[in-house]
Each structure stands twice: as structure tokens, then as C-alpha cells.
Design a protein around this ligand. Structure first.
Ligand SMILES: [Zn+2]
Ligand SMILES: [Zn+2]
Length: 194
């Protein structure tokens, strides 16, 4: 045990390539939007983090065997790391999401919640901001496409509609009509039949 410890202390600091014997034991787990490869105690650094862009965060980068290990894990049906949200850029995009033009890094627009800032050679920072707005626009479109219920409809056991339900738009329309009626009463006098 002491010898093992000494060996660890004097071992070089640069990353060691895992031997073939370690290959099958390497455990891959999903950590946020990346993969963590655990090569076990015999390999240092023991833990490697492989991004979805197929590069390891260790000094070996895309040449790290951990990248191959992750590919093997995915081919064997391993759980995939979730994609980044549309308004998060872990790296400067290859192509502008708005016009597909060339993008350059733009550090003033680096944000923790949105990743690296960039500008587009055709649209500048305007295309960055347009890309940031896309998820909001999509969410709004999705909301507009389906009714937003204040009181959801009641459906009977045989699929018959027992109660039609009330949507946000119904409430808004009713409120507008009530307002219009009140205005008319004020102008023309109260008439319960109008
Ligand atoms: Zn690595
Ligand atoms: Zn652009």
C-alpha cells in the first residue's frame, strides 16, 4: 500500500493513457450536457469529461481515448447527454443560426446562462440577439396554438363533453363585452333587453 502511494506521488503529472486492461472497466456517466469517463484508480487523471463536440477536456482533447470510450458507450445504447438549449452556445457556432454565415467569438456577449458570445459577419450582434429570442418566439407560438384553460373542460366516461371549459381568451372576451355593455348603459341608460 505504501509503495502504491509512493508511486502515485512521484508519477508524472501529465495524463496517462489507459492500458487495454482498463478499457472495459471505464464507466461512462452523463453529467449535465457531457459524459464523465471514470478509468478507475490506475489511470490519472482518473476522470475525463467528454463534451458533445467529441473532445475531452483533458490535455489530449479530441485525441483522448475517453472520446472513443464514449462513442462505444453510445453505440451500445448508453443514455445520451441532453442537448444544450437553443440559446446556449458552449462554443462559437460554426454557422450563424439566423443566416448560416460565418461567426466570430465576441467576449462582451459571454454570459454564464448562455455560454460564449459571438457575432455574425453578415448580421453582427443583431443575429446573436435574434438567435437568443428564437426559443421565446417558439414558446409563444406553441402557447398560441393551443387553448390556455382557466377551467379545463370536463369529459365524461364515454368521451362526451360534460362541460366545455373556459379559456383565457373566453375570459378576456367576456370582460371586453361586459365593459362595452357598461359603457352603453352609461350612454343610453340601463336596458336589460339590449
Ligand atoms: Zn481525456
Ligand atoms: Zn447571421
Amino acid at each position: 500500500m505504501l509503495i502504491r502511494k509512493l508511486h502515485h506521488t512521484i508519477a508524472p503529472a501529465q495524463p496517462l493513457l489507459p492500458g487495454l486492461s482498463d478499457w472495459g472497466q471505464a464507466q461512462v456517466t452523463v453529467v449535465e450536457h457531457a459524459y464523465r469517463v471514470d478509468w478507475g484508480q490506475g489511470v490519472r487523471p482518473r476522470f475525463h469529461h467528454v463534451t458533445k463536440r467529441r473532445a475531452c477536456q483533458c490535455a489530449l482533447g479530441p485525441a483522448c481515448p475517453s472520446v472513443l470510450r464514449v462513442r462505444e458507450y453510445l453505440e451500445a445504447g448508453g443514455e445520451r447527454a441532453p442537448d444544450y438549449p437553443d440559446d446556449y452556445w458552449p462554443a462559437v457556432p460554426y454557422a450563424c443560426p439566423i443566416c448560416a454565415g460565418i461567426c466570430d467569438a465576441y467576449p462582451p456577449l459571454d454570459f454564464t446562462a448562455h455560454g460564449l458570445g459571438w457575432t455574425c459577419r453578415a448580421g453582427g450582434t443583431l443575429h446573436y440577439w435574434e438567435a437568443r429570442l428564437q426559443p421565446i418566439l417558439h414558446a409563444r407560438q406553441a402557447l398560441n396554438g393551443q387553448p390556455r384553460w382557466v377551467i379545463p373542460p370536463a369529459i365524461g366516461p364515454n368521451g362526451e363533453r360534460l362541460y366545455p371549459g373556459v379559456t383565457v381568451d373566453d375570459v378576456r372576451t367576456a370582460r371586453e363585452q361586459a365593459h362595452a355593455t357598461r359603457c352603453r348603459w352609461r350612454a343610453e341608460g340601463y336596458n336589460p333587453w339590449s
